[in-house]
Write a protein that binds this ligand. Structure first.
Ligand SMILES: [Zn+2]
Length: 77
């Protein structure tokens, strides 16, 4: 997996093409010829990943609510 590197701030593995660590937000890759546009895209990627995670968490808690409701009604199983 040579397209993965380790964040030098939080130590988690990140994709090499990420210019910012998705875990801690720290800029992790040396900006070698990186255009401003690339940085913007990298930040967008991180933001989208974060949005996705919070959306998944919301859905998971909704499912838990529904399951709880079904259990209370004695419908499930
Ligand atoms: Zn990090």
């Amino acid at each position: 997996m040579d397209f993965v590197c380790v964040c030098n701030n939080c130590g988690k593995t990140i994709e090499r093409e990420f210019h910012y660590c998705p875990w801690c937000g720290k800029e992790n890759v040396e900006p070698s010829d990186a255009s401003v546009l690339e940085n913007v895209f990298a930040q967008l990627e991180v933001k989208q990943a974060n949005d996705r995670n919070s959306r998944i968490k919301k859905i998971e808690s909704k499912i838990a609510e529904i399951e709880k409701g079904l259990n209370e009604l004695g419908i499930s199983n």
